[in-house]
Write a protein that binds this ligand. Sequence first.
Ligand code: ADP
Ligand code: MG
Length: 318
Amino acid sequence: MDEFSLISQLIAPAAGARADVVLGIGDDGALVRPPPGEALVLVLDTLVEAVHFPRGFPPEDIGFRTAASNLSDLAAMGATPLWATLGLTLPQPDAAWVRAFMAGLHTAFMPYQVQLVGGDTTRGPLCISLQLTGSVPEALALRRNGARPGDRLFVSGTLGDAAAGLASLSVPDPSPEIADLRARFARPSARVALGQALRGLATSCIDVSDGLLADLGHLLERSACGAELRIDHIPLSPMLSGMADPDQVLALALTGGDDYELCFTLPAATPAAAVETLRGHCHVTEIGLITAQAGALALRDSAGPVALPAARGYRHFP
Ligand code: ADP
Ligand code: MG
């Protein structure tokens, strides 16, 4: 199958259809109508075989994950997802692979009606680059830099599951618990609705893609604050808690990547009812407090201070 048949037979038919797309796949560029009065939010994520997913990983999961990691960046900005462009580099024009990849991508896009409006297809080592555009009222965009001393620190969902799922990919005949953890790696749920609900409420927000300590560290750096983290309040799934010893579980939850949860801060005076509204979207847990000392991340449990683990999260260039 040549590049043009791949695009016209497999990619374009799975692209979706939005009223604000004037011209989608098929011309030199896409023409879209931005929502009146809103700012556009542009994000991009690249997934490389053997770096972000193992060789032979199911193409449907690769498609879903690629979409979810981008949707998660939009969620962390409080944005509404709109359009996508896709850079696809394939070792060979494998129709079955592309069909399955597009099915996964489409499944992740469907709840938000994201339309794939263009891209580029080339030959080379398997690599997927997806660019998403979303929108948000400019003044309401969530940023990393707005946390203030006294703010309450929260995280959505549970942490460490995806890292445990990735680590267990080579286990033959997985138990139902391991299968659940693997699904958290293969099919993460981006917290798009939560991100939008945080507009006008959260003082700062970041998505947890490289591990809580690493990503919280970025938020604190941009906000010039510190934090006190209650490690005994870190939300853990029953699957993960039941799988390994408590120290290993905590290390995964603090430094494991790929969970795509949101870490955010709320002013101390946020009414309890507002926090409850957030819980209508997904599991939300208070895990600490923002402090005044820039860059100081202190861990504690009910008994007192706890040492910081040496490894803080995934880095591509250590
Ligand atoms: P050009 O040579 O002008 O760059 P292409 O032949 O690469 O155009 O692409 C033809 C059309 O198909 C364009 O509209 C382009 O955006 C779209 N397209 C190509 N590859 C992809 C892809 N992987 N995903 C989505 N659209 C694609
Ligand atoms: Mg052209």
